[in-house]
Each structure stands twice: as C-alpha cells, then as structure tokens.
Ligand binder design. Structure first.
Ligand code: FAD
Length: 438
C-alpha cells in the first residue's frame, strides 16, 4: 500500500503502545461520532512487534511500590482481562517473594492493592511464606525469604501473539498499519507543532496529532524534536540534581531452559503463577560454586517450550547500537549460570537444569528516562509521547488512556507521568528493590 500524503492522526511505532493507542483511538472516534479508524495511520520502520514488545517476557504484574504505577497497572490489567483470547493473556497470577529489606515495600504495596480492589494476599514470616509456597509447589526450598505478595490477578501474555491480537483489533476498526516505513524527521512549524513526518518513503502531513511510541528508540525521537539531552531534576526536598542524562540504556537479561513445560506446574497439575524471587541467601550452582552472597533476584514463568525468565539488568553504554533489534550479545557471560542456579535454589525440580539452558531470542535493550519512570505527555502541542522507560509491555491500557487524551479528555492515571514532574519535584517514590523498574 502506498504512503498517504496526509493523515489526521499519525502513530509512529507498532509496538504494544502504538497499536493499543491506534485501536482505542479508532474506537473512541467511532463511539463519539468524531471519526473512525480510517483517520488513524500507524507507521513502523520494520513490522508490528519488531521492537521490545516482541521480545518481552510478557509478565503482567501490579507489584509496584509507586501509587501512580499501581493505579495505572490496575487499569492495564483490566484491558488484558477484557479479551484474554485476542491478547493471548494467561491469568495465572504473580508471586513476588522478598528478603527482609523488602518487607515494608511489599506490605505497603499490598495495602494499596487492597484499597484499590486489586486482588492479592500478603504472607509475612519465613515459615508462613514457606508453607504458602510449598502448598503450591511442594518442592519449594528457597531460603532467606520472609515476605510474599501473591497477586491473584496478572500473569503473562505471549508477546508476538498479543501484538498480532492488537493488529487484528486495529484492522477491525479500519486503522491502516504500514510496515517498512522509517520516520527520519519530524517537521516542526513556527507554531511549535509537528506539521509532517518525513519518512524514507515520502512525507505525511499531520492533520491533527502525532503519537510517538518508539520503545527503545526514544532518544532518537527526543532529539528529532530538539528536546534536551540532559535535564535538571528537582527533588521533593528542594535539592536540584543538574544535567542528568534524559536517556540511559539497560540490557534486560533473559533466557530459557528447554524442558517439558509440564515440569513447571502447580501441585494439582495446574498452570503456575509467574514467580519473582529476591533473596539475600547465598546462591550456589548445583556443583557447589558460590555465585553471590549479596541480594539477588530472578523471575520465571512457564513458556510453550519450557521455562523462561530473567534477572537484574545490566547498564549498557550511551552509544548503544539498537539496530538490528534485539541485540543479546551484551548479556553477562555468567547469566545462564546465575539464573539456572536461582531456579534450582527455588525448587528442587530444577536441580541440574543448567544443560537445558538455551540461547534463545530473548533479552534486549531498554531505554530508561532520567528517573526510570515513564513519560506520557505532550512533547509538542500536537505530539504525544509514549516513553515507557521499559516498564511497559504490561501497560496495554496506556493506549486506552492516551486515546481519551487525544480525544480531548484528561487522564488522571497519566497525569503523574507528565514531563513537568522533573521541574516541579513531583517524583515517584523509590523502592528497596534491586531492579530499576520497581
Ligand atoms: C528483554 C525484555 C524483556 C521485557 N519484559 C517485560 C515484561 O515481562 N513485562 C513488561 O511489562 N515489560 C517488559 N519489557 C518492557 C517492554 O517490552 C517495553 O516497555 C514495551 O514493549 C515497549 O513498547 P513500545 O510499544 O513502546 O515499543 P516497541 O515495542 O519497541 O515498539 C516500537 C516500534 O517503533 C518502531 N520504530 C522505531 N523507530 C522508528 C522509526 N524511526 N520509524 C518508524 N518506526 C520506528 C520499531 O520498529 C518498533 O516496532 C521487556 C523489555 C525487554 C527488552
């Protein structure tokens, strides 16, 4: 299909956010009698799911210490639950287990979940946690775990399948999605709004608004708009941190063991919840080598071909090469040993699983903002940016909120993620988790 010369709404990026926005916007326009999906054009330089959304482990959880993240996540889970078939969503739940130091954070998260009506359970104390886990997985044997937040909602979705589900929903609303169209420039007029997107296949005039949902390519779009590479961050106590880079990169380390998927089942043979284990118990490989005696963590879920998961990310240099995406070469050499040792530490069924580890198409780079939380905001008068700071496969509902904003409404859920928070000091609280995304 040829590139149209203009479109009322142009969405750049066909990942989870661009597609969810396009679908919900088309719906919103139709239901309000303001237009239809024919007014919405999605452009992707590769194809739907070519970016982070197509590589994500797919974990959907609400274990967020930050109130705004938690409330937004509840809305996102609502979207996942609205059509589990199309989104290939597995509502198996999610379990977060932590060491002593994480107890207050998880307790606070649980209390908020209770208040907002997100179904979960908190178990405190080493013995109680052990009992809870053994009832689900009789061979549970993790040490140093004193707190467990068991979310009955959430779980995981199959990454590329859910992207295809969104493509189907877009098509059902007559949205046009064009693959193989790379945006090279954004033409900004004297009124500071984006007049056109310039691509390698021609120029598209923007009738009303443009949505930028570029995933890890955020920095490129930030600089196309002439936005600052470094910013000052005003902390809530009045202190100012000067010249902080707006974008940094982390490499998300993930892998899988190829085993019969049925090996990872609950005591009654059911589908297991996603497990996230953090502990400060010393970690040894199955042949007795010490991996670490500091706080460590892994997460894992049942996949079609076995068990998939990851561990803490690694920082990568500023001049990271993103194309072709994903690049997994900078995963720590010791990752497979560590992750498999962690699996075996958690459950005896995984003892000796290291030879089953496979280098698969998993792991990749994420672009993080100056405070590691998303920026969802207008970055030009008619250009809305969805920069999720790598939080976001699970955030399928952000597109629904953005669609409402594009249609003229305000979103209380997105407001805490405005760019202006860096100047006003309305930052999100930071947890004790070793992960930059918790
Ligand atoms: C290894 C890994 C595991 C993860 N696991 C999870 C998880 O379990 N749960 C979770 O919630 N999140 C997870 N994340 C984070 C999550 O994947 C991302 O936050 C989310 O997918 C970003 O979605 P997006 O739509 O913004 O970007 P993307 O999915 O990256 O989509 C951006 C699209 O923009 C296109 N594009 C880029 N530049 C241009 C251009 N110039 N012109 C046209 N098109 C362009 C790309 O081709 C791409 O298709 C993980 C991330 C990684 C890397």
């Amino acid at each position: 299909m040829s590139l149209p010369v203009s479109a009322r709404f142009v969405v750049v990026g066909a990942g989870i956010h661009g597609l969810s926005t396009a679908y919900h916007l088309a719906r919103e326009l139709r239901l309000r009698g303001l237009g239809s999906g024919e007014d919405v054009l999605v452009l992707d330089k590769s194809h739907p799911g070519a970016g982070a959304s197509g590589i994500a482990c797919g974990v959907v959880r609400n274990n967020y210490f930050q109130p705004a993240m938690s409330e937004l996540m509840q809305a996102c889970v609502e979207v996942w639950e609205s059509d589990p078939v199309a989104y290939h969503y597995n509502a198996v739940g999610y379990i977060a287990l932590g060491a002593n130091v994480q107890e207050p954070d998880l307790a606070e998260t649980f209390e908020r979940q209770e208040r907002i009506g997100y179904r979960s359970e908190l178990i405190v104390g080493a013995d109680a946690v052990d009992d809870h886990m053994k009832a689900i997985f009789p061979d549970w044997r993790a040490q140093g775990v004193t707190v467990c937040l068991h979310e009955q909602q959430g779980g995981f979705a199959f990454n590329l399948d859910s992207v295809r589900g969104l493509v189907g929903k877009c098509e059902s609303e007559s949205v046009t999605i064009l693959s193989g169209v790379e945006v090279l420039e954004l033409e900004v007029g004297s009124d500071d709004s984006v007049h056109a997107v310039v691509t390698d296949r021609g120029r598209v005039e923007v009738g009303e608004q443009v949505v930028l949902a570029p995933g890890p390519w955020a920095k490129r779009f930030w600089s196309m708009l002439g936005l600052p590479a470094t910013i000052d961050i005003h902390l809530p106590d009045g202190e100012v941190v000067r010249d902080r880079p707006m974008w940094t990169y982390w490499n998300l380390q993930e892998g899988e063991i190829r085993v019969d998927a049925a090996l990872f089942a609950t005591a009654d043979g059911g589908a297991p919840p996603v497990v996230h284990l953090d502990t400060d118990a010393p970690l040894y490989t199955d042949d007795g080598r010490l991996v670490t005696d500091e706080l460590w963590g892994i997460y894992y879920k049942r996949d079609r071909n076995g068990v998939q998961g990851g561990a803490s990310p690694l920082t990568v240099s500023d001049d990271v090469v993103l194309d072709p995406y994903p690049q997994t070469t900078n995963v720590d050499d010791g990752f497979a040993d560590m992750w498999c040792a962690g699996l075996s530490h958690a459950m005896s069924r995984f003892e000796g699983c290291r030879p089953a580890y496979e280098t698969a198409r998993s792991g990749g780079v994420g672009a993080f903002t100056a405070d590691n939380f998303p920026v969802f905001d207008y970055v030009k008068p008619n250009a809305y940016g969805i920069f999720d700071s790598n939080h976001g496969y699970k955030m399928i509902g952000v597109g629904r909120e953005v669609a409402r904003v594009l249609a003229g409404d305000r979103s209380d859920l997105l407001y805490p993620f405005r760019f202006g928070r860096f100047e006003s000091g309305d930052l999100h609280p930071v947890s004790h988790s070793p992960y930059p995304w918790s």
